[in-house]
Write a protein that binds this ligand. Sequence first.
Ligand SMILES: Cc1cc2nc3c(=O)[nH]c(=O)nc-3n(C[C@H](O)[C@H](O)[C@H](O)COP(=O)(O)OP(=O)(O)OC[C@H]3O[C@@H](n4cnc5c(N)ncnc54)[C@H](O)[C@@H]3O)c2cc1C
Ligand SMILES: *[C@@H]1O[C@H](CO)[C@@H](O)[C@H](O)[C@H]1NC(C)=O
Ligand SMILES: *[C@@H]1O[C@H](CO)[C@@H](O)[C@H](O)[C@H]1NC(C)=O
Ligand SMILES: *[C@@H]1O[C@H](CO)[C@@H](O)[C@H](O)[C@H]1NC(C)=O
Length: 510
Amino acid sequence: MVSKKPRIVIIGAGMAGLTAANKLYTATGFKDQFELCVVEGGRRIGGRINTSEFGGDRIEMGATWIHGIGGSPLHQIAREIHALESEQPWECMDGWSEEPTTIAEGGFELNPSIVQPVTTLFKNLMDYAQGKMIEDSEGSEGIDYSNLAAKAFKIRTNNGGQEKLSVGSFLRNGLNAYWVSKKDQGELKGYGNWSRRLLEEGIFGIHENIERTYTSAVKLGRKVTGIEWQPEGHESSDKQNGHAARPVKLQFNDGSNMLADHVIVTVSLGVLKAGIREDSGMFNPPLPPFKSEAISRLGYGVVNKLFLQVECHDLSKFPFLQMVFHRPESEFRHKKIPWWMRRTANLCPIYSNSSVLLSWFAGKEALELESLQDEQIIDGVSATLSSFLSQPYKQVNSNSHELCNGNGKSVENIHGNEVKVTKILRSRWGTDPLFLGSYSYVAVGSSGDDLDKMAEPLPKQSSAASPPPLQILFAGEATHRTHYSTTHGAYLSGLREANRLLQHYHCVGV
Ligand SMILES: Cc1cc2nc3c(=O)[nH]c(=O)nc-3n(C[C@H](O)[C@H](O)[C@H](O)COP(=O)(O)OP(=O)(O)OC[C@H]3O[C@@H](n4cnc5c(N)ncnc54)[C@H](O)[C@@H]3O)c2cc1C
Ligand SMILES: *[C@@H]1O[C@H](CO)[C@@H](O)[C@H](O)[C@H]1NC(C)=O
Ligand SMILES: *[C@@H]1O[C@H](CO)[C@@H](O)[C@H](O)[C@H]1NC(C)=O
Ligand SMILES: *[C@@H]1O[C@H](CO)[C@@H](O)[C@H](O)[C@H]1NC(C)=O
């Protein structure tokens, strides 16, 4: 009898799904203990983390902050992968000017002069592997990276064969070729038992691990439309070649399907709310009441970000604008300011001197923002800027030029600077069918217990003697009792469900 590896399918390549996949993969020593697959309905990974570009600046359309850095696993990772630095300016970079700190096991803080060359090497090798040009072939240490990569590509396997080189072996060949080509820099002192080579290998390993989470079997454009499961367990179900058929069947929007032993569902609470509506047919049979009631009771809101590119003579003078509005029904209100602007707390450049301004919107104002034309938004914001920025200018220079707010798009700010909104970019979390909102909250009538119910796997264990079948597991921010709504909550939930499966199969996990 051929033994069959358990097949685990993870639905969603957001923080929770990728974390679970990475944990299942790495905890088993990369030994392919499971058939592991991530299916993602969208065309990119990251889910509600959506880094983008606007007006030449790097921006975040979704999650922006690592909430609380002390002891945060995400802050740790962000530091390790150098995500806290960038060559391009980024949102709220002011005050983040510190160099990241890299620390080796045992508490040895590494000087950037050790870290940087390895990072550069890795980047150049990846560029080569992806067929990109290596821009600067003469590296900082006088290393010709193109030549080195070409060598790494040609190194044959031990038996002299012509096997196809995996990206992983190519990278390792590259590291070895690097060591051969590099002039001896002498041993490092003061790093305990760490030699320079071990440190370099360790730093290289960080990059490999990041790459692994990107390049493992994530299938994009695979939207799950149906999940068939066996609430009564499946011991008695049909047998194939001496073992039970995989109990869960996934249907995809292209009509194809896939069988699995375990499915980790990480779709948002909004997608689950839509999925339990009678007409949806997402779960077959439908989820049991304890689960669907928790899904219904918990709250799931819409938050959107609006980025505006402005033209302004002296951007450094654009204020961190905090707006105090009249009540929406007040007779004193400025009629041209649209209602959806009136609950926006502030409007400010994403870092000092950036020509990109940012505003956050929530609730029905956020949904309205998704439905408007770009032009309507530009008009509404311009009217608001006009109302807020022109007045002080008037007071200071009451005898000079006319205010140019006649067309509602071009206004003078506090310092006599013309501010013109030229283009906008807004997130659309509420109407995107893969999210249907932004993040969950404990609504009136729900409680932390509902979050725990969200996390319970299905079907329920039938008796204490038999192991739980773990057909459908749930991860995602809305399944974490204390850190729901955050990226680290999503991260921890992904680890939790991966560990549940590892324990089930008596793997080490943690
Ligand atoms: C505007 C905004 C600002 C935020 N700010 C912060 C912040 O500053 N700090 C913070 O910690 N958190 C913030 N968050 C919350 C944070 O982004 C989320 O909590 C976290 O990213 C959720 O991760 P997840 O894996 O649970 O879900 P998701 O990221 O939603 O991942 C689920 C994945 O499933 C996919 N999917 C959905 N349906 C299907 C289907 N039927 N078939 C296949 N795939 C499907 C989706 O495309 C998605 O990729 C913010 C969120 C938003 C929207
Ligand atoms: C180095 O390794 C030796 C032997 O394994 C060990 O006894 C020693 O404590 C280590 N030193 C440091 C600084 O970790
Ligand atoms: C912003 O730009 C102005 C003018 O170009 C310059 O004087 C100022 O130092 C800049 N401020 C910052 C924080 O970069
Ligand atoms: C993610 O960012 C892109 C811009 O790069 C944008 O077009 C898309 O709408 C964003 N997704 C959501 C759900 O806001």
